[in-house]
Design a protein around this ligand. Structure first.
Ligand code: NAD
Length: 473
């Protein structure tokens, strides 16, 4: 049993002053495996004070000094990669191979990407006789989710530091093990004291206390829509800048003339990769009505062939869901879809055969639902695919866009590049193009506010200032 009871504040580890504990369970067994001491109001205040103390030093730091910080973080991060693989496998239940190939190396990809952005970014430019400055905002608060516990946080912490902003990070309580390892790497990197601070805890106590503090100039929130929208409203009322990275219900549009088998495979395996727990997971498959039967048959075969099992097994392609609440949510989601008249193409409620313990769900494919049905409109955040059909490309576009979300979209087929422009999503993948974290990522509509990654992502931590010069006499 691990006990997480220290925060990282002002360049050192301090004992938590909180009196509450949370218990975490191993998703593969459901057995308790760790406790987290919930950061108190005093802990939150100490972290914010430390960050405020580093504001001037960081704001004055040069591009070269910031690049050096990123380099030092990369070296320290690399040394912790094996431990991070173990931590994410155990706390999230992610298959070991996924942890080794993607969950953890994503940290290095982030470091490379932000180094590139920082090398080229124009913090200052002239416009005619005037000067335009991009100034660090000040203390940033990072609130992050548990599903990609390296990639998500690094996509917030690194640009904050690259912009010259000190940061206080409240990781998801469910990802405390990997968060502590990341904080150790930040410590080893020798950043100026107070540049990076981490307070462990929950949302209701620790997170809410941090959000309410006037010391915070900017909030970057990654998580669920309801919480994000509340925090966004509060931030605006308090005069804080805010970036919201929320959920999605991303369409995967298969156009006439596409390779149907490759498309259905790509969509379903992409969805199931992290047990469906990715904000940009392709969770709606849109196929021409004439191909529907064949698409369903392919999807059923793919879903049934996916090996669901313990995260440590080499053959496992899909591990359990990350926690009990997520498991219950996914079960309720499938039950409700069936009650709404969904046809089960594969999977269904309950655990896969032979996995009686732990938070394992069945890769599930649903069809025959109306466009406004709950399962078509809402995020399952689990291994549940909905198949929709269309008669012409205009209908495909209209169905794809008929969503309150707009985080990502995928489109395959000869006309994919043209159709991509018509899709209401922050990032559109054409003909299998992979995620590129040097391109801005974020949501249309209720999927969020602002962008992360790329120069646009760095801009989120900066305030634009016009310095007006008088006309020459
Ligand atoms: P969540 O909203 O429960 O929590 C997110 C973070 O906010 C956690 O650190 C949590 O402790 C904190 N928090 C919760 N309530 C708070 C409050 N009142 N005040 C301050 N902080 C609070 O979300 P989650 O379950 O961790 O994440 C899953 C969701 O995140 C999914 O909807 C997923 O789509 C979304 N997500 C989006 C992106 C993206 O980039 N768009 C990336 C990953 C996950």
């Amino acid at each position: 049993m691990q006990h997480f009871q220290q925060h990282y504040v002002g360049g050192r580890w301090i004992d938590s002053r909180g009196s509450q504990h949370l218990q975490l369970a191993d998703p593969a067994s459901g057995e308790p495996c760790a406790t987290v001491q919930v950061g108190s109001a005093d802990d939150a205040a100490a972290a914010l004070r430390a960050a405020a103390g580093a504001r001037g030093t960081l704001a004055r730091s040069s591009r070269a000094e910031r690049l050096q910080m990123l380099q030092a973080i990369a070296t320290a991060f690399e040394r912790r990669m094996p431990d991070l693989v173990d931590a994410i496998q155990q706390s999230l239940g992610a298959p070991r191979l996924l942890c080794e190939r993607l969950q953890v190396p994503a940290g290095l990809m982030q470091l490379r990407a932000w180094t590139n952005v920082l090398q080229q970014f124009a913090f200052e430019e002239t416009r005619g006789r005037h000067l335009l400055l991009r100034q660090p905002l000040g203390v940033c608060l990072a609130l992050t989710s548990w599903n990609w516990p390296v990639n998500g946080p690094m996509g917030v912490l690194l640009p904050a530091l690259a912009a010259g902003c000190p940061v206080v990070w409240k990781p998801s309580e469910l990802a405390s093990a990997s968060a502590v390892l990341l904080a150790e790497a930040m410590h080893e990197a020798g950043l100026p004291a107070g540049a990076f601070n981490m307070v462990l805890g929950d949302g209701a106590t620790t997170g809410a206390r941090l959000v309410a503090d006037p010391e915070v100039a900017m909030i970057s929130f990654t998580g669920s829509g309801a919480t994000g929208e509340r925090i966004g409203a509060q931030a605006v009322a308090q005069g804080q800048r805010v970036v919201l990275e929320l959920g999605g219900k991303s369409p995967f549009v298969v156009l006439p003339g596409a390779d149907l088998a490759a498309a259905v495979n790509g969509c379903l395996l992409g969805l199931l990769r992290n047990s469906g727990q990715s904000c940009n997971a392709p969770s709606r498959l849109l196929v021409p009505a004439a191909d529907a039967k064949q698409a369903e048959a392919i999807a059923a075969a793919v879903a049934q062939a996916v090996v669901v099992g313990p995260p440590g097994d080499a053959a496992t392609q899909m591990g359990p869901l990350g926690n009990e609440a997520q498991y219950r949510q996914v079960q309720a989601f499938i039950e409700r879809a069936l009650a709404d008249g969904a046809r089960l193409v594969a999977g269904g409620p309950g655990r896969p055969a032979g996995l009686e313990r732990g938070w394992y769900a069945r890769p599930t494919v649903l069809a025959g639902l109306a466009p406004e049905a709950h399962a078509v409109q809402e995020e399952a955040f689990g291994p549940v695919l909905v198949i929709q059909t269309y008669h012409d490309i205009d209908e495909a576009v209209s169905l794809a866009n008929r969503s309150a979300y707009g985080l990502s979209a995928y489109v395959v087929g000869p006309e994919a590049a043209a159709v991509a422009r018509r899709l209401q999503a922050g990032m559109v993948h054409v003909n299998g193009a992979e995620m590129d974290i040097e391109m801005p990522f974020g949501g249309f509509k209720r999927s969020g506010l602002g962008r992360k990654f790329g120069p646009e992502g760095l801009q989120a931590y900066l305030e634009t200032q016009s310095i007006l010069m008088p006309a020459a006499a």
